[in-house]
Design a protein around this ligand. Sequence first.
Ligand code: ADP
Ligand code: MG
Length: 363
Amino acid sequence: MTQSLDLLSLRSVSKSYGPVPVLHDIDLSIRDGEFLTVLGPSGSGKTTVLRLIGGLETVTSGEIHLDGRDISRMPINRRPFNTVFQDYALFPHMTVAANVGYGLSVRRRPRAEIKRRTDEALDLVQLGSFSDRFPAQLSGGQRQRVALARALICQPRLILLDEPLAALDLELRRRMQEFLKSIQREIKTTFLFVTHDQEEAIGMADRICVMQAGRIRQLGTPHELYYKPSCEFVARFFGDNNLVPGTLGAIDGDYRAIDTAFGRLLCAMNGQQNLRSAAAGTQAFAVFRPEALGTVNEKDSGNALCGNVKELVFAGSSTVAHIDAGDQRLRMRLASLAEGSIYSQGERVKLTFSPRDSHLVLS
Ligand code: ADP
Ligand code: MG
C-alpha cells in the first residue's frame, strides 16, 4: 500500500502582498476524501490560503503539490478545483440549469451530456424542479445549493469553500451544514472549508486547521483541539476554557504541577512532549473546562481554588457561574438552574477540578 494519501500539500508556503507578509511558512497536507476545515479569526489568512490553492494568487515562496507534483505555477483553469464563495457568484441573467451547466458549456461538452450532468447535480442538491428559475427567484439557501451544484458538476478533485454559509441565518446555516456534510460523505470529494465559526468547524470537519496571524497554530481532529489544545491561542479560541497562569513544577507520571495564584495545581500533560520537556519554572497555563469545576466535598484533596460568586448566567441547558478570584475570573458550568440556585451572589465558594479533566499549555 502506498503511504501517501495526501491529495494536496502546501510546503513552506509564504505569501506577501507587496511588502506585507500575510502567510508565514505554511505546511499543510490535505488527505484525499477528507473534510478539512480552516478555522481562524478574520484577517488570519484563510482566504489567502484558498486563493493560493485555487490559483487566484501565486505563492511568494514555497510550493503547492497535487498528487506529489508541484502545481504552484499551474494556471487557474487547469487546476482540478472549484470554489464556492459566500456571495454565491451566480450569473443573474441565466437560469439555474444554465448556471450549473456553465463549466461544461465552456468546455464545449455535447449538449446531451450537459443536460444529463446538470440534472444529476441538481438532484444531488435537491433542486431538481428548480432548473428553469432565475437566481433572484431563489432563497439564500437554494442559491448556495446551486453554487454547490455548479462546483460539483466538473467533478473536481477538491472543492474550496470560503465561508459559504456566513450569509445565512442560524437555522438555515445548521441545515446547510448537515446537508454539505452528507453530500461530502456521499460523493467522497475532498472539501476544504473555511470558517471563522468554531461551532461550525467542530460539527463538520474531519480535521481542523487553526490559523492565527498567517500561521497554523494546530491541526487535528475536533476532539483533539477541544481536549488537547497545543497553545494558549487554541485553548482560548475553542469553547470557554478556564486558563490560569503559573509556572511549571515537578512531573508526576502523566501529570505536572503548576504554581498559580491559587497555589499548586496538578494538571494532565495528555501525552504532549513539549510539556514534559519544558524546564521547571517555565510559564504556562492550567486549562480546564467550566464543566470540570465543582464544589469541594469534605473528602476531596488536591486541586483547590477559592473565589466569590459574581453572577449566575442562564445558558439554556445549563447555568454558568462566574467566579471572581483575585484578578482571575473562572467559569463553572452547572447542569441546571436548580443547581445554580444553591449559590448566591457574592458567596465565597471552594472549588476543585480533577487533574484528569485538565490540561496544560505553555505561554
Ligand atoms: P481571512 O480570510 O482569514 O479573513 P485574508 O486571507 O483575507 O484573511 O487576509 C489575510 C491578511 O491579508 C489580512 O491582513 C488582509 O488585510 C490581507 N490581504 C488580503 N488580501 C489582500 C490584498 N489583495 N492586498 C493586500 N492585502 C491583502
Ligand atoms: Mg476570508
